[in-house]
Every structure is written in structure tokens, then in C-alpha cells.
Design a protein. Structure first.
Length: 138
């Protein structure tokens, strides 16, 4: 299957800022969520058909406190208050994966902070599209 990466800095951002001061991100930067409940990044993901996919969020959390987020697809929470624990530093990026169903056509995948700390810094969302051929042999 083909993995497509959607950068957070290219998504719709509510109460967050695109920054690039902590290296290790892909693309032009990452999203620094405001430290408030309800801050979010919303990615538009097109799917040629309905399918079950693996979603991978790449993030960094330089604190020792969790930065939980609800992950929703088309408005339905598919992972409630998913834990995004500390990664050791703001330059140490980690991934969190979950499985979700996409519909045919345009989908919205949203990661919304559920505590006053806001979300972690979020670099990207990768979608393992099962309907597309693999791009390599690995
Ligand atoms: C620091 C860090 C930011 C981070 C913020 C936070 O200011 O430099 O990248 O987003 O802490 O706690 O959310």
C-alpha cells in the first residue's frame, strides 16, 4: 500500500501556529498547538474508495505531561483522548498510529487537544492507502 504524508503546516489549523524552531520535522515546519483545549489540526484526505487505513501522527512533546487529543474522521471520534506522552525533547519526534475507516472522496481527519495544555507539536499525518499500489518493494 502507498503511504501518503500530509504535512500539518498545510492543513487547516485552529488555535495553533506553524513553527520551525525545533529541527527534525518534515516539510516546512510543524504546528505548535495553542495551550488550550479545543485547538486542532484538520487534514483533508482524499480516498478513491471507502477503505480501512492506518493513520500515523508524527509529533514531539518536550514536556513530561501527556498532551491527549481526540482523533476524529469526518466528525466522528475514532480515538478519544489518545495519549501523546512526552518524547524527551521538542526535537525528538515520535509516531502514534491508529486504524480508521475513510469514505470514498473527501475525508477530514482532525486531531483536537482535550486538555488545557493543548496538543503536542504535530509534524504530519501519514495515511497508508490500501487502494494504491506500493511505491517501493520494501
Ligand atoms: C515550548 C516549545 C513549543 C511548544 C510549547 C508547548 O514553547 O518551544 O514548541 O509548543 O513549549 O508547551 O506547547
Amino acid at each position: 500500500a502507498a503511504v501518503v504524508r500530509y504535512e500539518a503546516e498545510d492543513a487547516t489549523i485552529a488555535r495553533g501556529a506553524v513553527e520551525s524552531n525545533h529541527p527534525g520535522f518534515t516539510g516546512a515546519g510543524f504546528v505548535n498547538y495553542d495551550n488550550v483545549t479545543g485547538s486542532y489540526v484538520d487534514w483533508t484526505v482524499d480516498s478513491p474508495r471507502a477503505q480501512t487505513v492506518t493513520l500515523t501522527l508524527r509529533y514531539a512533546n518536550g514536556t513530561t505531561a501527556e498532551r491527549p487529543m481526540d482523533v476524529s474522521v469526518n466528525g466522528t471520534v475514532v480515538s478519544a483522548a489518545r495519549s501523546f506522552p512526552g518524547t524527551g525533547s521538542w526535537t525528538n519526534w515520535a509516531t502514534a498510529t491508529l486504524t480508521a475507516s475513510l469514505g470514498a472522496g473527501t475525508n477530514h481527519v482532525r486531531a483536537t487537544a482535550t486538555t488545557a495544555g493543548g496538543g503536542p507539536n504535530v509534524d504530519s499525518l501519514s495515511v497508508d492507502d490500501q487502494t494504491q499500489p506500493a511505491t517501493d518493494w520494501s
